[in-house]
Design a protein around this ligand. Sequence first.
Ligand SMILES: [Zn+2]
Length: 154
Amino acid sequence: MDIRELHGNLLAAVSALLAMSIYLVGGTFGMENPLRSFLWTLESINSKLMARCPMHPCYVDQCMYGLAPSDFPDLRYRKPTIVYICNPYNTLGTYHLDLRCHVYKAPGKLPKCGHVHLKCEGRVQLEDGTWIKRSEEAGHYPEALAKAIVRELM
Ligand SMILES: [Zn+2]
């Protein structure tokens, strides 16, 4: 196991402990990561945290919430994501966060979000002149998603 993998496992285990602590004192929490993340397969998250806390998976394509590259604001990053919500006060068990973008195969037809998707590959230059990875830029929640997550936790 290399140091990055060890660091990732440790971070996941600490996150699971914090989340479980929040739940045990009557709080709510959300846990977000890309749809195909290894996080969801780790024992600390998958079998320990999820076995003890009522966590509901919400499937989100962040383009539906407006996640756009700063250099091409008319395009969108799709960024398939799972947001697990633990809210024991949601007694109805209904969630409104799920929002997936459908990509149509017909030529010239836009995806459901109404925008062409841009892959999170390469780098982008910010207004201040610095360059960052597109994946880093796409790591910032669009405001609409942040607000939707907060609504699910209240
Ligand atoms: Zn889309």
